[in-house]
Ligand binder design. Structure first.
Ligand SMILES: [Zn+2]
Length: 432
């Protein structure tokens, strides 16, 4: 079934297997000499996916009477019926042309526009309430931009067992960053990294964080090339990892079949990250044309997180306020240039710290950058689905796709602001 794929390869590997294989690749003697020993036998006993998997919970539902919009084609169908069974769309089309099964619960969508559930391609979900807020605001699927202590791995499972509580999540585990801080307590196999004077910088330290993430069941790897823009005391144009270090991270991820998303701001940083082989560039305010051309050539995605930058404007901190005002127009220009060059864009809110921004707001910002309303909508549906490897599963309201829908109060192509506050959300056939 489309929406309940087999567990990712990592989930079928034991933690011990993943770490032993990577230690062998790294050369165990070198690892011991540096003080980062191989994983202990005791911790190697746990399974990657956190034990036995329970069956996914899904629903049956008929959504009828709304105006259905397919972002894949731009087609609009009035008085539409969508039939969802076992969490999957079995039929969608004009009333009278769709067989409606007897006895299935109905959701009246008269006066509403019906769209596929939206995708937030960059969000930090550390708590139950963040998961619920993202879902309520229409993000039925999301990609994690890392969590402090592997909460996203469990949120992914929460979405399977209780789709009414969390978006379907592509998990990143913990951030591959020089200073892990308290995150070294996220796993016993990260603890040796606490002793490294310069932080996570050597090839083996970088590999270790990637390998522990994969052993814990991460679907993707998150790293950075620049510091944060949202902290006044950090300079987001400094470079924290070199091209060589980024290449090491990408290679380690690739050994496990995983892609890398990279937090980036400076043009040199963006260029180093893209040429190191990342799958998606995150933020990217100063990305230049040479790097966009490289992204086009390599098929690298761009997740500009416009809302996160716009959110700094009006900050009490004058440094952040100024940064927001400087970066936002540059980032909008970069997003539009990317779009025109054929670089694929994905919408991401970069929500974190208890405040979840509606993914619909990011779609509006994409439109304000110069994308058509339909193309802007695609950044949070078909475009983001492709980035998450969910093409054919997520992002369109058609037969065989996930039974994920948002109902909004008007025509989003005439006024995208309706996406900010869906009137109903359906996830895996379960209406919230
Ligand atoms: Zn982020």
């Amino acid at each position: 079934m489309c929406v309940d794929p087999a567990p990712p390869p990592s989930a079928r590997l034991t933690r011990r297997g993943v770490l032993a294989a990577s230690a062998a690749l790294a050369g165990t003697a070198g690892a011991l000499a540096s003080g980062i020993g191989p994983a202990s036998a005791a911790s190697g006993a746990a399974t990657a996916a956190g034990g036995a998997r329970r069956p996914a919970r899904t629903g049956d539902l008929v959504v009828e009477g709304g105006t259905l919009l397919d972002p894949g084609t731009g087609d609009v169908v009035e008085d539409a019926v969508v039939v969802i069974r076992d969490g999957v769309i079995r039929a969608a089309g004009r009333r009278g042309r769709v067989d409606v099964p007897e006895g299935t619960p109905r959701l009246d969508a008269h006066g509403r526009w019906v769209l596929p559930g939206l995708v937030d391609a960059h969000i930090h979900i550390n708590t139950m309430s963040e998961a619920a807020d993202a879902l309520r605001q229409g993000a039925t699927s999301a990609r994690s931009g890392s969590t402090n202590f592997y909460q996203d791995i469990a949120v992914r499972e929460l979405a399977r067992q209780a789709p009414e509580l969390a978006p379907r999540l592509t998990a990143a585990g913990v951030f591959v960053t020089p200073d892990l801080g308290d995150t070294v307590l996220g796993d016993p196999d990260l603890v040796p990294l606490a002793r490294l004077k310069g932080g996570v910088r050597s090839a083996e330290a970088l590999r270790r964080v990637v390998d522990v993430n994969v052993a814990r069941g991460a679907d993707v790897i998150k790293t950075r090339v620049n510091p944060r823009a949202g902290l006044a005391e950090q300079d987001p144009l400094e470079q924290v990892y070199s091209h060589e270090q980024l290449s090491e991270i990408v290679a380690a991820a690739k050994r496990h079949g995983k892609g890398v998303l990279c937090h980036s701001y400076s043009e040199q940083g963006c260029h180093d990250a893209v040429t190191a082989g990342i799958r998606s560039l995150e933020h990217g305010a100063f990305v230049g044309e040479r790097t966009l051309a490289e992204m086009r050539r390599r098929g690298t995605f761009f997740t500009p997180t416009l809302g996160a930058i716009a959110g700094m404007i009006g900050s009490d901190d004058p440094v952040l306020d100024e940064r927001g005002r400087t970066y936002l127009p540059l980032l909008k220009k970069a997003a539009l240039a990317a779009h025109r060059m054929g670089v694929r864009l994905a919408a991401g809110t970069d929500s974190s710290g208890g405040v979840v921004d509606p993914i619909g707001g990011e779609v509006e910002l994409m439109h304000s950058a110069g994308l058509s309303a339909l193309d802007a909508l695609r950044t949070a549906t078909t475009g983001a689905a492709e980035l998450l490897g969910l093409t054919g599963t997520v992002g369109r309201p058609v037969r065989g796709f996930a039974g994920d829908l948002v109902l909004v109060s008007g025509d989003p192509l005439a006024d995208l602001s309706v996406l900010r506050a869906p009137t109903r959300v359906v996830h895996a056939g379960i209406a919230l």
